[in-house]
Structures are given as C-alpha cells and as structure tokens.
Design a protein around this ligand. Structure first.
Ligand code: ITT
Length: 201
C-alpha cells in the first residue's frame, strides 16, 4: 500500500490526522514507526516557516512523501502569545496540564471578551523528490475558559472554549473536533493535492 509519513512526534496529532485521512487508501506512518528520533529545532518566527522546516528535514531523512504540521494557540489580548512557542510556553519542562495552568495564571486578570483566542494550523506536503506540493492553513476561533473542562484531546484543549458548542474542545470526540478544528480545515484544503499525488480519484 502507498504510504504517507505524518512527520510529528505528537501522538495526538497523528491520531487526528490519521482519522481525517482515513477515507484515502494510504497507509499513515509516523516518525516513531521509522525510528526517527531527531527533533527539528522550531526556531522560526512563523507557523509556516516551522512547518516547512519540519517537512523538508523529515522528508530528507525518510525519503517518504511527507506531511508536517505546525500549530499553536494565539491569545489576542496577549499579543498573539503563546503562538509559535505554544508547545514550550512557560518552560520546556512543563507538561500539558502545567502549561495550561501557567496560561490560566497569566490570564487571571483578563475577563470576558478579552479572552478571545484562536488555534492555528499550517500543514505542508512534500513529495518523495523533496518538492513542495502544497501549504495550507486553518483557524479555529474561541475563548480561553477560566478553568479546565474535559479530558479529550491534548495541549490547550481543556481551556479552549467554543461558544457555539457551550463547551471546550476537550469535550469533543476526535470526529467532532476534526470537523471544526484548525487542523481539520488545513487538512481539508490539502486533500485534493494528496489524492492527485497518489493518483486517487
Ligand atoms: P511536532 O512538532 O512533533 O509536530 P508538537 O506538539 O511540538 O509536535 P507544535 O510544535 O506544532 O507540535 O506545537 C503545537 C502546540 O500547540 C501543541 O503542543 C499544543 O500545545 C498546541 N496545540 C496545537 N494544536 C492544538 C490542538 O488541536 N489542541 C490543543 N492544543 C493544541
């Protein structure tokens, strides 16, 4: 079966992407499957540059058709923080739950509408000759809640409040999250290129 490298070390991202692409007859493999432990330095100042960097480097290492993603949370009243450093916000040593606590503390004096935020995802697809095939991005708008709600998902999901659903993204199933998420939107835009790359009609 034809295969696609989903170049991330984040297990939750692999699951979301795998489910989203499950209607395409390709085998999804991850960096773990290929025993690639190298962590590409995400030092660029934009999601797009970081996603391109990851995609190029992991494609070079693997020789596979490669899809990489860079994502994060932007809180408008914090000037877009944590942004590209979302995975490291508050310190590399923090786990997801401690990172969420750190953000809640940073925002303890911010109320109501000023807690507006968005998730951003940039997806990059590179073919097995190392050529860039497509770049797409998606957003999900919401608010930062005052406390954690729900235990699905990862990262900032327990505090990402969706007014239209009256709950956080951590209360959604994978299917429900994929339908509306930043990652789902970016993946949807890249799907036609993926299909043509594998000559799937
Ligand atoms: P890779 O670089 O290996 O893909 P990573 O987790 O380090 O894995 P990023 O550098 O793209 O990925 O950082 C994304 C961070 O943004 C992630 O660790 C979460 O903290 C946050 N984030 C992104 N998408 C999210 C989502 O759907 N739900 C909750 N948090 C999310």
């Amino acid at each position: 079966m034809k295969r696609l490298l989903v170049a991330t070390h984040n297990f939750h991202k692999v699951k979301e992407i795998e489910l989203f692409l499950s209607d395409i007859p390709i085998q999804i493999i991850s960096l773990v499957d290929l025993d690639i432990n190298l962590k590409v330095e995400e030092t660029a100042e934009s999601f797009k540059s970081n996603a391109l960097k990851k995609a190029k480097e992991y494609q070079r290492l693997s020789g596979e058709i490669t899809l990489a993603e860079d994502s994060g949370l932007e809180v408008f009243s914090l000037g877009g923080q944590p942004g590209v450093i979302s995975a490291r916000y508050g310190g590399e040593e923090l786990n997801d739950s401690e990172r969420v606590n750190f953000l809640l503390k940073e925002m303890e004096n911010i109320d109501g509408w000023n807690r507006a935020a968005r998730f951003v995802s940039v997806v990059v697809l590179i073919n097995n000759n190392g050529e860039l095939m497509n770049v797409s991005q998606g957003y999900l708008n919401g608010f930062i809640s005052h406390q954690k709600i729900g235990s699905n998902g990862f990262g900032y999901d327990p505090i990402f409040w969706l007014p239209e659903k009256s709950t956080t993204t951590a209360k959604l199933s994978l299917i429900e999250k994929n339908k509306i998420s930043h990652r789902g939107k970016a993946l949807k835009a890249i799907k036609p290129t993926l299909k043509s790359l594998y000559r799937i009609v």
